[in-house]
Write a protein that binds this ligand. Sequence first.
Ligand code: SAH
Ligand code: SF4
Ligand code: F3S
Length: 486
Amino acid sequence: MYNNNPTIKDIDESKQGDAFFKEQVANNTGDKNKKFYIESYGCQMNFSDSEIVASILADVGYSSTRDMEESDLILINTCSIREKAEDTVRKRLRVFDKIKDKKPGTLVGVLGCMAERLKQKLLDQEKLVDLVVGPDAYRDLPNLIATAEDGDKGINVFLSREETYSNINPVRLGSNGVSAFVTIMRGCDNMCSFCVVPFTRGRERSRDPFSILAECTDLYNRGFREVTLLGQNVDSYKWKNPDTEESIDFADLLELTANISPDLRVRFSTSHPKDITDKVLMNMAKHENICKYIHLPVQSGNSNILKKMNRTYDREWYINKIHRIYEIMPDCAISSDMIAGFCGETEEEHQDTLSIMEIAQYSMSYMFFYSERPNTLAHKKYEDDIPLEVKKRRLSEIIRLQNQMSFEHNRKEVGRYHKILIEKVSKKSDQELAGRTSQNKMVVFPRKEAIIGTYAYVKIDDFTSATLKGHLVDEAEYLEQTKQPN
Ligand code: SAH
Ligand code: SF4
Ligand code: F3S
């Protein structure tokens, strides 16, 4: 769900800092006729929040532009997860300074996690920034903009226990019209010792299921065929109906979403290993349209390190969970996040991460070296004592192993059949289309008569480490070939 990985090329990296297309925000009838430009960094939740921001701004007459030089308001939705993420933002602010030099009336606003982490400090350090707005304060943007237009600084970093933006219909920025992200919860109550998210996103809260289902149904009616339910920890989704006392957990929500239509694929991210239940796994197995793919970040394969990370599970517990997933869904793909060189990590402890990767057989991973974040538990309690070269070497071992495993995964796919949802024209050739398998693997194939936004059946012929190549087959052949033996 996060695409701010500094270490692997090609994995969603291209989306970082994407500015949005002009035509993708409805030009509202508001009398202001002003333009905003927005860049987003960090995880998918931030990209989703930018869609909420676009909706709030459209309501007060702003339309979006891809050209920052013609905008009246430049926004940057920021990430604090690692030091490097914040460095990137600081560099972008230098570029915005230049625009302001040329066009002094332009307002610059910092949104998201870095705004929340640094608060007033950001205004003190960055003299040309006019707005600092935390993730729970976007409804206040119109007021803050008005304040800034009057020459004052606009700041709101209030973290809410209730805000879920449930009634805001996000403007789908940069969308392919086929798959969309739907936020189901905000914040995080897990205090993983390395992580800044609980401080930047506040307490965990779940969005009411009616608005989630209404949003997904609306997307389906508009032609979307895949929704990804988003949250820092989707498995702890919990909502209680205040009238009936009836409660809905994540497994229920997943099933309700899957029931919108068998033609609507449902994905979700991210799962915390301690919270994913058998009920979730059973519901996944029961519904063909719930994709057989789980992002289940392990962080480390060593129990001592996991304890220091405050992940609340140990190596054995995680391995049992993996076995359970493969037992219930033998065709499920699992991916992960790993942190190399956490405080005090020994060579043996690092080896445990490599070995758990092999046990889990991840199809893909996001891999990082530890970056100490101010005020986190790890910062207060442990020394960041692994030298950078050692962190980098361990990380490169992790990446090398993952690349080998991803290559093997793809090699095994040759000759197999899949149902895919066609998402787009291939980057390399307009004669080819690309779509994902249930296991989240991208398949590129000659387009023939196939149409984006529909399902197709393919047989895999070839592969690279990143994608599968195949050709279209008819449904009868697919059904024959994927029939379960009696
Ligand atoms: N909620 C998700 C993770 C969100 S942050 C979960 O619990 O799995 C995304 C990933 O960034 C984390 O899984 C972790 O691998 C990485 N990360 C978080 N803080 C980090 C830090 N201080 N240094 C390096 N990587 C970090
Ligand atoms: Fe961070 Fe842990 Fe929460 Fe994930 S579960 S966002 S790693 S504190
Ligand atoms: Fe996401 Fe980065 Fe914030 S990963 S929650 S944008 S710190």
